[in-house]
Design a protein around this ligand. Structure first.
Ligand SMILES: [Zn+2]
Length: 115
């Protein structure tokens, strides 16, 4: 294949910085791709992010350091805020279109049968 795959924004453990843009993971790029990937399953995204958060906590404490206090905000709050906000496309108001309340039953009759 000639098309080079886009580099995935994955965490570089144990420092949990993005391998591509060197921001604290999840970086904005990985957040966008995760939101897209789990668009239909927002609860699964939170489960996944919770697991990642505990992995990060393990890595941070394994080095004898103090874990960052904002781990929850960093790993989970952005997903909760995104999924809680309403869909703006729902507010679209369609113009009032009048439709007949009930179709009148004027089927073409076969005509009076004259005997
Ligand atoms: Zn990144």
């Amino acid at each position: 294949m000639s098309t080079a795959p886009e580099p995935e924004h994955l965490p570089d453990r144990p420092h949990w910085r993005c391998r591509v843009c060197d921001q604290p993971w999840p970086c904005p790029e990985s957040q966008a791709s995760l939101l897209d990937e789990y668009r239909a399953y927002p609860s699964l995204l939170k489960i996944y992010l919770s697991a990642q958060m505990y992995e990060a906590l393990d890595d941070f404490t394994a080095y004898g350091g103090v874990p960052p206090l904002n781990l929850y905000e960093r790993f989970l709050s952005w997903a909760r805020n995104r999924s809680a906000s309403g869909d703006p496309s729902v507010t679209h108001h369609s113009p009032e279109s009048r439709s007949p309340p009930c179709p009148s039953s004027d089927s073409p009759s076969s005509g009076p049968r004259s005997l």
